[in-house]
Structures are given as structure tokens and as C-alpha cells.
Design a protein around this ligand. Structure first.
Ligand code: NDP
Length: 279
């Protein structure tokens, strides 16, 4: 497992687990928590969730998976933009803490930019940090100009991560956002690293050829590709145990320059500024 350094020096695993669509259905919750527990046993101890996912249901699944092992986990959750006012953030955080059955969220993100002034949200995040309810805060779906705005605010340089869409078919952030974050030591969390609707990306002939050279799978290559950069944390979601095992196997896969060139040829890097891709 590679590790990524947060501003301040703490390290987190470069490969974590997503939870979107978990907790939607009671009958599936045990299997989902089992999948997360398996992932934790395999070293994927960073777990990404959000109040939005299944209206809090995903946070409940995370609580089940975390039972008895909270201290080895790094839990990321997100506040909805509609709750991102000065008082709304604190109230949403309390609700998330309750569902997560924990006394602190390790990293609390603004899910995307909404109508509340950023200064209010940042002020609320800093208050939560002072009160020990969250350990770090960050943002999601913020482009380079949004990041510059955050950093210009009082307390804004406390921003510890930006979580954005990133996979071989969605590379726009390499043009400006990723270098911006690298320069400031702000980790980028790559969401939907398998392309969300996996079939298209995992069917890529280039990924398949690289996978074959390594005795790996296209999913492992896609994940290793995102994590080739020292500042990127990848958070694939898998409720299927076989997928979890396969994804964990990407942690130690190192792609060669020739592999990266082959992937570039089929999934070209951006040549100019592109609007931030969202899911
Ligand atoms: P992913 O790219 O992680 O793809 C998830 C899909 O891939 C699921 O259907 C899963 O199936 C399947 N899968 C997982 N592993 C494999 C594998 N090895 N081989 C084949 N299929 C596989 O998409 P997500 O959109 O879920 O993104 C990951 C996480 O990022 C989310 O769960 C969420 O935590 C976060 N996210 C954040 C967003 C934001 O706005 N901040 C937006 C979108 C995602 P199965 O479950 O059956 O194993």
C-alpha cells in the first residue's frame, strides 16, 4: 500500500473504499458492511461516505463496518451544499456523527459548491475542528478557480483535500487542478476511479493489454493508474467481495513508463483547460 500525506503530515492509504449506493436497501446492508470489513482487513482503511448517500443509510453501513475498529479507520463524510450554512454544517455534522456512531469525522467535505457563501462553510468547518468533531475539512467537485477562492478566505488554507471525478476517460484535472493541488500539498481524492458504469472503461483494449502484461485485471490497472501520482487517493466502491479483493490487489501494482504511454495513446491527457467533469 502506498500512503498519501495530508497537509500537516499525517498519512492515509492511497487506496480506500467508496460507499455510494450502499445503505439503499436493508436486505443488502449486511453484505455491504461485510464488503467494507473485508476491504479494511485488506488495508483499505480509508472509507468515503456522505449524508447524501441513501439519505444517511450509507453512513449507517459504515458504522456497522467500523464497529470495534473505529481507531484504525479514516472516515470521510460530506455535507450537502443545502446544509452548508454556518449553523447548518454543525447540525448536519451532528446527524452524521450519530449515524456513524462515532465522536469524530476524520475528513469532512463540502459535497459540491452551492448557494451558501464559502466563507460561512469554511468558518463552520473551522469551528467543528476546534471542537474536535472533525479532524480535517475539505471540498469536492471544486475546480482550480474554486480552490483559489477557498484558499483566499480566512482559514481557507486549512482545506485538506479536493474530491473529484478522475479516471482514464476523465483526465481534465491533469491540466490545472491536479498541478495546483500538488503545489500546495493538497491531496486529490479520485472518485469513480473505475468509471462508475464500469463496463466502458474496463473494456478498454489498452487497459486490458497492460493488465495482461502484469497478470492483473483492467480494474486493477485503472486504480493503479490513478494512484501513479503521489498526491492521489483512489476510492473505488465495491459491495461484491470478489471486487473488493481484486481492488485491494491494485495497491501494489506499479505501472511502467511503457504502460503509461499505452494508456495515454488510448485515453489522451488534456491539451487545454476543460470544464471540471462531474458525475
Ligand atoms: P466506481 O468507479 O468506484 O464504480 C463502482 C462500480 O464498480 C460498482 O458497480 C461496483 O460493483 C463496480 N466494481 C467495483 N470493483 C470492481 C471490479 N474490480 N471489477 C468490476 N466492477 C467493479 O464508482 P463510484 O461512482 O461508486 O465512485 C467511487 C466512490 O467515490 C463512491 O462510492 C463515493 O464514495 C465517491 N463518489 C463521490 C462523488 C462526489 O461527488 N464527491 C461522486 C461519485 C462518487 P459492486 O458494488 O457490485 O462491487
Amino acid at each position: 500500500m502506498r500512503w498519501v500525506t495530508l497537509p500537516g503530515g499525517e498519512t492515509v492509504p492511497a487506496l480506500g473504499q467508496g460507499t455510494w449506493y450502499m445503505g439503499e436497501n436493508r436486505g443488502a446492508a449486511k453484505r455491504e458492511a461485510d464488503a467494507l470489513r473485508l476491504g479494511i482487513d485488506l488495508g483499505m482503511t480509508l472509507i468515503d461516505t456522505a449524508e447524501m448517500y441513501a439519505n444517511g443509510g450509507a453512513e449507517t453501513v459504515v458504522a456497522d463496518a467500523a464497529a470495534g475498529q473505529r481507531d484504525k479507520l479514516f472516515i470521510v463524510s460530506k455535507v450537502l451544499p443545502s446544509n452548508a450554512s454556518r449553523s447548518g454544517v454543525a447540525a448536519a455534522c451532528e446527524r452524521s456523527l450519530k449515524r456513524l456512531k462515532t465522536d469524530r469525522i476524520d475528513l469532512y467535505l463540502l459535497h459540491w459548491r452551492g448557494g451558501h457563501p464559502l466563507a460561512e462553510t469554511v468558518g463552520a468547518f473551522e469551528d467543528l475542528k476546534r471542537h474536535g468533531k472533525i479532524r480535517y475539512w475539505g471540498v469536492s467537485n471544486f475546480d482550480a478557480d474554486d480552490m483559489a477562492e477557498v484558499f483566499a478566505l480566512p482559514g481557507g488554507s486549512g482545506c485538506a483535500a479536493d474530491q473529484v471525478l478522475y479516471h482514464p476517460d476523465s483526465r481534465g484535472i491533469e491540466f490545472d487542478l491536479l498541478p495546483w493541488c500538488d503545489r500546495r500539498g493538497v491531496p486529490v481524492m479520485a472518485y469513480s476511479p473505475l468509471g462508475h458504469h464500469v463496463r466502458r472503461l474496463l473494456g478498454s483494449a489498452a487497459l486490458r493489454a497492460v493488465a495482461q502484461r502484469h497478470g492483473a485485471t483492467p480494474a486493477q490497472v485503472a486504480l493503479a493508474w490513478g494512484m501513479r501520482q503521489p498526491n492521489v487517493i483512489s476510492i473505488p466502491k465495491a459491495a461484491d467481495a470478489a471486487h473488493v479483493r481484486e481492488n485491494a490487489g491494485a495497491a501494489d501494482l506499479v505501472l511502467t513508463e511503457a504502460d503509461l504511454r499505452a494508456i495515454d495513446a488510448a485515453h489522451p491527457p488534456p491539451r487545454r483547460k476543460q470544464p471540471l467533469d462531474l458525475l
